[in-house]
Design a protein. Structure first.
Length: 83
């Protein structure tokens, strides 16, 4: 199975938790080797998991979520993974 960025993003949480089967993990790993965007999303998601386990409180800048979703939607529409 050939996966793309959308597949990786759909499985990020399960991948980090170790809840994907061996074949899917291998496909995601192969994708991450050449996709800088997905690698950055994966690293960022891991960082969020680490921060959430921390009891400190961090405030996200105003409008961050909207900007993030707008950027991800634009990348998905254009298929451009170069950033």
């Amino acid at each position: 199975m050939k996966i793309d960025c959308k597949h990786v993003w759909d499985y990020i949480s399960a991948y980090i938790d170790g809840d994907v089967d061996h074949a899917l993990r291998a496909e995601i790993d192969r994708h991450l080797e050449h996709c800088e965007i997905c690698s950055a999303v994966m690293d960022s998601t891991r960082n969020v998991v680490v921060l959430m386990a921390d009891e400190r409180v961090f405030e996200i800048p105003g409008g961050y979520s909207e900007r993030l979703h707008h950027r991800l939607d634009a990348l998905l529409l254009t298929g451009d993974s170069s950033g």
